[in-house]
Design a protein around this ligand. Structure first.
Ligand SMILES: [Cu+2]
Length: 190
């Protein structure tokens, strides 16, 4: 099992530094990426053994648009493109759910990118929406930075941990244009 943490944060910062030209390129790239994506629900379409096995390790409980976790939380997030052109996150069949986490929980995140040939990130921040094309969210947890890219027939993924302090947070994709078009969700730690 390979983790992408560490190297991806600096790649993301470098990407953001390139500015709006990159943002425009990234938005066009969404269309290019559509050729290789998992088209709707990552859960429903998770026929690939790697993705199905990873998604099955999430230990949250779903109620409507909220997923609730206890003190030993394992949150498994898939980045998906449910419909052109807007990407989103998905956990337990739910698009961008609110995550309710017990205060003081040790949270293990596993983030899977189900888009072949296109990047996403998963970072936790105190900054809520709306987000600019270049989101500038100052993450409290830098998860993946510029994203795990699928290689060798496997979907890219990253594991990282967080000791959850009480408060309200948001998880966002920092790839230019993604948070601005809805690729984010709320985290409540209490
Ligand atoms: Cu994204």
């Amino acid at each position: 099992m390979k983790s992408y943490e560490g190297t991806m944060g600096s790649m993301n910062r470098a990407l953001i530094a390139k500015g709006v030209a990159v943002a425009v390129g990234a938005i066009f790239s969404v269309g290019v990426a559509c050729a290789g994506l998992v088209p709707t629900s990552a859960f429903k379409k998770a026929t690939l053994p790697q993705v199905k096995a990873m998604l099955g390790k999430d230990n949250g409980k779903v109620s409507g648009k909220t997923v609730t976790y206890g003190k030993n939380a394992h949150i498994v997030i898939a980045a998906v493109l449910p419909g052109f052109p807007f990407p989103s996150f998905e956990i337990h069949h739910v698009k961008n759910p609110t995550l309710d986490i017990a205060a003081g929980a040790t949270v293990k995140f596993t983030f899977i990118n189900t888009n072949k040939g296109f990047g996403h990130s998963f970072d936790v921040t105190k900054k809520g929406p709306p987000y600019a094309v270049m989101p500038k969210v100052a993450p409290v947890v830098v998860g993946t930075g510029f994203s795990p890219v699928p290689t060798g027939g496997q979907f890219g993924y990253a594991n990282f941990t967080w000791k959850a302090a009480p408060g309200t947070y948001y998880y966002v994709c920092e790839i230019p244009g993604h948070a601005a078009t809805g690729m984010f969700g709320k985290i409540v730690v209490k």
